[in-house]
Design a protein around this ligand. Structure first.
Ligand code: DX5
Ligand code: ZN
Length: 215
């Protein structure tokens, strides 16, 4: 399966965000992954709407927005109008997931839903016909540079087999601790969109690293 690479700019040099995004694009990343953290759903605060607006002006890559925020429905409109192409929210953070998905679609954007490593895959079942992407977190959300949690490979296999048995082709994204080795393992388990932050932005040769994520 053809893999897509989504560069998480959380690990980029944020003083030079435009040149970092150009570097990722030039290296072959199709998506730019934009992590939004509210300090409540996760123990960290990153960046939000004004930064996304600026980023959207300097890239033609797909803007892949990962909301790690409580009660995400409150901010769907603003993220949609600030340049997001895909908006992914967390199952654990939403009280009515279908309403969040519908809100994202009402702005013509793609809807993704994500689970933390400890959340069972069964929570996706009611929404499989409505989602455009499934994000399996392969670390606890909140920080870049963590080690891949190997138990999550079983979750990728599980959701992939559910999708296949129902004949649904929603892409599976993985995020956290992705490098050349864990990307290959995740792909083997059924994932096709690889989010990578520290592996790419700390690489001396990003183009080669992107190629390795696809291998
Ligand atoms: C973590 C974020 C990730 C993070 C990944 O909560 O969702 O997107 O930037 O960073 P790495 O690739 O360094 O694990
Ligand atoms: Zn992320």
């Amino acid at each position: 399966m053809n893999r897509i690479v989504s560069a998480s700019i959380l690990s980029a040099d944020l003083c030079n965000i435009e040149s970092e995004i150009k570097r990722a694009e030039k290296a072959g990343c199709e998506y730019i992954h934009f992590d939004v953290m509210d300090g409540v759903f996760v123990n960290n605060i990153s960046y939000g709407i004004p930064v996304l607006k600026s980023v959207s002006k300097v890239t033609s890559a797909v803007l892949d927005v990962h909301l790690m925020i409580t009660d995400p429905i409150r901010y769907i409109k603003q993220f949609a109008e600030s340049g997001a192409d895909i908006i992914t929210f967390h199952y654990e953070a939403a009280s009515d997931c279908k309403a969040v998905i519908d809100a994202i679609h009402s702005f013509g954007k793609k809807a993704g839903m994500s689970v933390k490593p400890g959340t069972p895959i069964s929570v996706f079942e009611p929404y499989l016909d409505n989602l455009d992407m499934i994000l399996i977190m392969t670390v606890e959300p909140g920080f870049g540079g963590q080690g891949f949690i190997y138990e999550t490979l079983d979750k990728i296999r599980e959701i992939k087999s559910i999708l296949d048995s129902k004949g649904i082709s929603v892409p599976i994204q993985v995020d956290g601790g992705i490098n050349d080795v864990t990307a290959a393992q995740s792909a083997e388990a059924g994932a096709e969109i690889m989010v990578a932050g520290s592996y790419l932005f700390n690489s001396p040769d990003m183009e080669r690293s992107v190629a390795l994520l696809r291998k």
